[in-house]
Design a binder for this molecule. Structure first.
Ligand SMILES: Nc1nc(=O)c2c([nH]1)NC[C@@H]1CN(c3ccc(C(=O)N[C@@H](CCC(=O)O)C(=O)O)cc3)C=[N+]21
Length: 299
C-alpha cells in the first residue's frame, strides 16, 4: 500500500558502515603486518581541482586510520601525457606501492584511457583498468570498481534484498554507472538492471519501475519524488555543488518521503567508495601474500 511509505525513508548510513569496514580492515592489515607485509596505496593527482584534492586527502586519511602506507604523487595541471605516464610506470615498479589509483578526471589534454591502460593490472586499486573491467564482464575474480562495490556492500549490510529486484541505474560513466549494471547483473547479485542515460526517452516512466534506483548521473535533483515507486530503495551516487558550495545529490529531498531506504549524498555511497578502495588494496595484498605462502610450501 503506497500510504504505508508516506514516512521518511530509513537511512542507509554509509558513513557508519564505512567506519565498521575500516575497523575490520585494520584487523586484517595487522595480520599482514605480522607476516611482514605492509600494503601501500599510491595516488596520482594531476592539477589543483579542490574537489579532487579533498577526495585524495580523504583516501590518505583512511589509509592512515587502517594501517595502510600511502604514497602521494602530485603533478601540475600542465603535466604532459608522457610525464603522467612516467609516474604510472614508477608506481608500477615501486615495491612499497601494492595498489594505486589515478584520480579522475584528468585534464582535458590527457588521453585518460591510455593512462589507465598503463597501470599494472596487479596494482589496479580502482578496478578501472581494461583488464579488470574485462574480468568483471567475464565473471572472473579481480578488483571491482569501488562505487558499485560500495553500493552492493551497503545494501547487503542492511539486508536489503538484491536478487530478483529491478534495479534502475541512471548514468553510464566509467567509475559508477557503467560498472554498476555489470555488477548488479552478476549471478551473485542476480538483479535485473535497466541502464538509463541522457538518451533515455521517458526517464520518469522507467525510474518508476525501479525497486532499487541508483542515481549516478551527476545532475542535481534529476530524480524527483513523483518518479519514485512508493517503497523503492534509493541510492544517491551523483555529486554536484550548489552555488553556495554545498554538496547536492541527484535525488531531490522530497523523494525520501516515498521511499523505504535511502543512501543520502553526502553520507552514503561516498564513504563506502573510499572503504571499498581500502578493501581492494587489502584483498590484493592478502592474495599476493597467500600466493607467496603457497609457493614457499611447495618448496
Ligand atoms: N580514479 C578515481 N576513482 C574514484 O573513486 C573517484 C575518482 N577517480 N574521481 C572522483 C570520484 C568521486 N569520488 C568520491 C569518493 C568519496 C566521496 C566522499 O566520501 N564523499 C563524502 C563527502 C565528502 C565531502 O564532504 O566533501 C560523502 O559523500 O559523505 C566523494 C566522491 C571518488 N571518485
Amino acid at each position: 500500500m503506497a500510504d504505508s511509505f508516506l514516512v521518511t525513508a530509513q537511512i542507509l548510513d554509509g558513513k557508519a558502515t564505512a567506519a565498521a569496514i575500516k575497523n575490520e580492515l585494520a584487523v586484517r592489515v595487522a595480520k599482514l603486518a605480522e607476516q611482514g607485509v605492509v600494503p601501500g596505496l599510491g595516488t596520482i593527482l594531476v592539477g589543483d581541482d579542490p574537489g579532487s584534492r579533498a577526495y585524495v586527502a580523504g583516501k590518505h586519511r583512511d589509509c592512515a586510520a587502517v594501517g595502510i602506507a600511502s604514497i602521494e604523487v602530485e603533478l601540475p595541471a600542465e603535466a604532459t601525457q608522457d610525464e603522467i605516464a612516467a609516474r604510472v610506470v614508477e608506481l608500477n615498479e615501486n615495491p612499497a606501492c601494492t595498489g594505486f589509483i589515478i584520480q579522475l578526471p584528468l585534464p582535458k589534454h590527457v588521453d585518460t584511457n591510455e593512462i589507465l591502460g598503463l597501470i599494472d593490472p596487479a596494482k589496479d586499486a580502482d578496478g578501472l583498468h581494461p583488464v579488470s573491467l574485462g574480468k568483471l564482464v567475464l565473471g572472473q575474480d579481480g578488483p571491482l570498481p569501488c562505487t558499485p562495490k560500495g553500493c552492493v556492500e551497503l545494501l547487503r549490510r542492511y539486508d536489503v534484498p538484491i536478487a530478483g529486484a529491478h534495479v534502475v541505474v541512471i548514468g553510464r560513466g566509467v567509475t559508477a554507472g557503467r560498472p554498476m549494471g555489470l555488477l548488479f547483473t552478476r549471478r551473485s547479485e542476480n538483479a535485473t538492471v535497466t541502464q538509463c542515460h541522457t538518451g533515455t526517452r521517458d526517464l520518469a516512466a522507467v525510474v518508476r519501475t525501479g525497486d532499487i534506483v541508483i542515481a549516478a548521473a551527476g545532475s542535481a535533483g534529476l530524480i524527483t519524488a513523483d518518479m519514485v515507486k512508493p517503497g523503492a530503495v534509493l541510492l544517491d551516487v551523483g555529486i554536484s555543488r550548489s552555488a553556495e558550495g554545498k554538496i547536492v545529490g541527484d535525488i531531490e529531498a522530497a523523494a525520501r518521503e516515498v521511499s523505504s531506504w535511502i543512501a543520502p549524498m553526502p553520507g552514503g555511497i561516498g564513504p563506502m567508495t573510499r572503504a571499498m578502495l581500502l578493501t581492494n588494496v587489502v584483498e590484493a595484498a592478502e592474495a599476493a601474500q597467500s600466493a607467496v605462502a603457497q609457493s614457499d610450501q611447495a618448496g
